[in-house]
Design a binder for this molecule. Sequence first.
Ligand SMILES: CC(C)(COP(=O)(O)OP(=O)(O)OC[C@H]1O[C@@H](n2cnc3c(N)ncnc32)[C@H](O)[C@@H]1OP(=O)(O)O)[C@@H](O)C(=O)NCCC(=O)NCCS
Length: 164
Amino acid sequence: MKTEWTEDDLEIEKLSAAPSDDFECPRQEQTEYFVKHAWADHQQQSISVTYVLRFKGQLVGYVTLTMDEIPLAKLERPEGVAFSRLPAVKLAQMGVHKDFNGNGFGPELVTFAVLTALELREKIGCRYVTLDANGDLVEWYKKQGFVLNDKDNEASSSLKPRSL
Ligand SMILES: CC(C)(COP(=O)(O)OP(=O)(O)OC[C@H]1O[C@@H](n2cnc3c(N)ncnc32)[C@H](O)[C@@H]1OP(=O)(O)O)[C@@H](O)C(=O)NCCC(=O)NCCS
């Protein structure tokens, strides 16, 4: 469903309770993650935090963030860096409700992840935003500013650092 919206129509907030099971995005893995695991990982395990995107109050998408690090074996060592691993925020899961795909809500969630990483950079240091993409979404993530790791094999795991 194509929908007109402005920033005033959107809100992103932390997940505050177990989600209902009526959320469905185009890929089962991300639907199941949100409905079955996101709340426990967030509330009980403290291994990630999930944020929901609302359009005029209606839940239309989510993004799950966690911490990451990139071993420099996978990257060129940036000039002046003496460490072997660099800190990153990982965009671990994301989904947009199947009724709202193609409206730019996914890019809004990516932007939110990047802004969150920039806030963390000021507090504790953070050099990249990372994610592991399914091969069919590589081009979509490139449009969002991510790049393929030169030293990764696109066909297998595709770690994509987005430099901050
Ligand atoms: C990927 C996703 C978050 C994008 O959200 P969105 O709000 O629909 O993003 P956009 O508004 O930019 O539209 C998506 C565009 O990518 C295309 N696209 C979406 N999934 C695609 C796929 N698997 N393969 C190729 N193209 C795809 C859509 O056709 C659309 O193209 P358009 O811009 O020409 O209309 C959403 O499709 C989704 O929830 N997918 C299932 C879960 C998933 O794969 N999550 C990412 C892995 S963690």
